[in-house]
Design a protein around this ligand. Structure first.
Ligand code: ADP
Ligand code: ADP
Ligand code: ZN
Ligand code: ZN
Length: 764
């Protein structure tokens, strides 16, 4: 009986999470199942919010009430039944750990293994084994007490480059708009308070962040004040980072943690070790030097050390230690991360890199009978590395696990034992299973995904002619080897190469550094408040409030989330958040307004029969039919142009996918008429049909005289580019040069380009 259930398929009946329309299905155990469908079709709602969430909720129920009360509340998933579950492990693209001290070495647990190795073989020996331990006073660096790090402010997290000081560019509560600290910057006359930060000159930026040692005058309604000036970073460092975090209130601590990252301790270089331990070498290398090597080089180094070992007891004892390290390191290289080093901080890894490192950990765990759930594991990978990753996923399955992937990549779909295709469209137009079965049947199923899988691959018929070029000279960021590259203007350029070859360093680092005015559009959150929505982002909601106000002779503010018209309990959020010490906060629908966000009397004021809550629930497409006001139509047009006509005007931006946010930002920036747009791996998270929507948007930029540059591994984008710059030949130290420049047609037969080779295969 038990064995029957263990083998029985996972059964979902009547799932209704988010946009799911009463979805029922069975998922075979011990198999690789891929979930496909356009973005917004409901894949995550099914796989993460229903199956994985239900599994984790039931695991939580096993804990005694005492422990449970201290865990995040998980609401029952909206499904009639979910049966035959096994324990689920979610391998997502979130950063590896909230811990700013984590490195690739600690995350893979290879660094502790190296320390054991040094305790056995290090010369001169620093003492007994504890002398290599940063947890022991004998081994620890006296400067950082063995922490290896000093905390500093991360300006990327602190600042919203798209905003001006007046718009709240400084994302730190104690410096929010209107606070005395903010006045020091915005009202001192030193800066234009309406200029977005990305337009600041280098001097202005330095002054804003690090200026000090002089006084500023500031005129206010209550008189003229003299203040000692102190840059934003300096002030936060002095007031918060130099103090014990535990002495602060929970809110302050949370705010500080949001903008702080651990930097490496200057004394020990992050090794956490004291001088004696640092000076000790194995085969002529210190532990710090080994940790700084690229992993592929470290593998070779460790093999060399193993070969040189004799038969003395301490040498024999070192053998299994090296074998342990090598087994993990080879797996890391297998998932395409051989260009990383052990000392690399995990906070600097991309989402895809973090996910692949987690995969390595699970592969090594040897656990069986689990359900592993992956969120687009191919993200950021060159087609070559996707093949290797596919082999690892099959290995995980063959260890006796159920593997579920949300994935768009053709070669991973081709590996599936079972495919669940969601659709047919996105949002309210999706939420159904349109196909389930083996891949070869999917190819004949006639769904959008099926058509994508079977359509012939070809180059676009004609490429456009550049209008000029931007020259990037002597670029040497990260692994770039002082390269000079001409980036043509007035066309779409694809910058290609294996992961770690230097694409991002070139297009999001060197290019904007040498050509300010270049706009980098990424998939990160817009840094907006919890109340931001698509409607507010494209400036539609203000106009809508004006229309409601004019119709009823009341103030427009009444219809705003942060006014007296908002529900007093949730203050217009529609949800209430409860903070729990040490745990993720819990969010629940507001009991007062039932999620309606406004006071009942405000909801009675109607515009052509609709309340403000009704308008917020309208999709952009619906709003385009309902409204005639030109300002509203313009904003709504932006949403539709971005292919987001299905989004509700009032849906929180925090619920949008990375790809959706990226298109939204891109469409909005296009209105401003900036000339050069850079996108780093824009197809991450996108179904091929969404890739088409993105390409259309990029084509529109170019057709209007703009320039688009994308760092991409997706061959569909490469085939549609006018120009290709291939970086490589390999990753890290073995990359960083220009391997090819030319049209896609010329790339395919180009010798020495891995990208060319895969393009050739695809066109064959
Ligand atoms: P996919 O994974 O296929 O991209 P999702 O399951 O993330 O799709 O989303 C399906 C639909 O549900 C989309 O219209 C999305 O905007 C909506 N959605 C997702 N999460 C939420 C949420 N927390 N609140 C409201 N709507 C959501
Ligand atoms: P790609 O975009 O082609 O994947 P990247 O430009 O991200 O490549 O990386 C190129 C090289 O630079 C790699 O060796 C990578 O490890 C290194 N690198 C990238 N970002 C950082 C960083 N923040 N700190 C240190 N090294 C980095
Ligand atoms: Zn130190
Ligand atoms: Zn409320």
């Amino acid at each position: 009986m038990t064995t029957d259930r263990a083998a029985a398929p996972i059964t979902v009946i009547g799932a209704r999470e988010n946009n799911l329309r009463d979805v029922s299905l069975r998922i075979p155990k011990g198999r690789l199942t891929v979930f496909t469908g356009v973005s917004g079709s409901g894949k995550s709602s099914l796989v993460f919010d229903t199956i994985a969430a239900e599994s984790q909720r039931r695991l939580n129920e096993l804990f005694p009430a005492f422990v449970r009360n201290r865990m995040p509340l998980r609401e029952r998933t909206s499904a009639d039944a979910v049966d035959n579950l096994t324990a689920a492990v979610v391998v997502d693209q979130r950063p590896l750990s909230g811990n700013s001290r984590s490195t690739v070495g600690t995350a893979t647990e290879v660094h502790p293994v190296l320390r054991v190795l040094f305790s056995r073989l290090g010369e001169p020996s620093a003492g007994p084994a504890s002398a290599y331990s940063f947890n022991d006073p004998q081994g620890m660096c006296p400067e950082c007490d063995g922490l290896g790090r000093a905390t500093r402010v991360d300006t990327a997290r602190l600042l919203d480059e798209d905003r001006s000081l007046n718009q709240g560019a400084i994302r730190f509560p104690a410096m929010a708009v209107g606070t005395p600290s903010w006045q020091l910057y915005a009202e001192s006359g030193l800066f234009d308070p309406d200029k977005p930060l990305r337009d600041f000159t280098a001097e202005e930026r330095e002054l804003l962040l690090h200026g000090k040692g002089f006084r500023v005058k500031r005129a206010s309604r209550r008189g003229v004040y003299q203040n000692e000036y102190e840059g934003v970073v300096e002030a936060i460092t002095r007031r918060y980072l130099r103090r014990d975090l535990d002495s602060m209130g929970a809110r302050t601590r949370e705010a500080v943690e949001r903008v702080a990252v651990g930097g490496i301790c200057p004394a020990c270089g992050g090794t956490r070790l004291n001088e004696a331990a640092r000076a000790s070498t194995v085969a002529g290398r210190t532990i710090t030097e080994l940790a700084a090597l690229e992993i592929t080089d470290l593998v070779a180094e460790l093999q060399g050390i193993a070969e040189g070992l004799g038969t003395r007891p301490h040498e024999r004892a070192a053998r299994p230690v090296i074998a342990t390290a090598l087994a993990v390191l080879r797996r890391v290289a297998d998932v395409g991360l051989g260009y990383l080093s052990l000392d690399r901080a995990t906070t600097t890894l991309s989402g895809g890199e973090a996910q692949r490192l987690k995969t390595v950990r699970y592969l090594g765990s040897g656990l069986t009978g689990l359900t592993y759930v992956f969120d687009e594991p191919s993200a950021g990978l060159h087609p070559r590395d996707v093949h290797r990753l596919g082999r690892l996923l099959l290995e995980l399955r063959d260890q006796g696990n159920t593997v579920l992937l949300v994935e768009h990549d053709r070669s991973l779909i081709a590996l599936a034992d079972h495919v669940v295709d969601m659709g047919p469209g996105a949002g309210t137009r999706g939420g159904r299973v349109v196909f389930e079965g083996p891949v070869d049947r999917l190819r004949r199923a006639g769904t959008l995904t099926a058509r994508r899988l079977t359509e012939p691959r070809r180059l676009k018929p004609a490429v456009r002619t550049p209008t000029g070029a931007l020259t990037v000279r002597g670029a040497d960021l990260h692994n770039l080897r002082g390269i000079t590259v001409e980036i043509p203007t007035g066309v779409l350029t694809a910058v290609t190469g294996v992961a770690g070859s230097g694409k991002s360093s070139l297009v999001t680092g060197a290019l904007p550094a040498q050509h300010p005015g270049v706009v980098v559009v990424d998939q990160s959150a817009v840094g907006a408040s919890a109340r931001a929505t698509p409607g507010s982002y494209v400036d539609v909601l203000d106009t809508v409030r004006g229309l409601f106000a004019a119709a009823h002779g009341v103030r427009p503010g009444l219809f705003s989330f942060n006014s007296a018209g908002a529900c007093p309990t949730c203050r217009g959020r529609g949800t209430v958040r409860t903070d729990l010490a040490f745990l993720e906060p819990v969010t629940a629908v507001c009991e007062e307004c039932g999620g309606g966000r406004f006071r009942p009397d405000v909801l009675e004021l109607r515009l052509a029969g609709r309340s403000i809550a009704d308008v917020l629930a309208m999709t952009a497409d619906e709003a385009a039919e309902f409204f005639t006001d030109p300002a509203v139509l313009r904003g709504v047009g932006t949403l539709r142009e971005a292919g987001l006509g299905y989004l509700a005007l009032g849906q929180p931006l925090s619920t949008l996918s990375g790809g959706e946010l990226q298109r939204l930002k891109l469409a909005q920036r296009m209105r401003e008429g900036a000339a050069v747009y850079v996108l780093d791996e824009p197809t991450t998270g996108l179904h091929p049909a969404d890739v088409d929507a993105l390409l259309e948007l990029l084509d529109r930029i170019v057709d209007r005289g703009g320039t688009a540059v994308v760092a991409e591994h997706d061959l569909g984008v490469v085939r549609n580019a006018d120009w290709v710059i291939d970086i490589g030949p390999e990753a890290g130290r073995r990359g960083g040069t220009v391997v090819f420049e030319g049209t896609p047609a010329a790339l395919a037969p180009a010798p020495g380009s891995v990208t060319g080779e895969y393009l050739r295969r695809e066109l064959a």
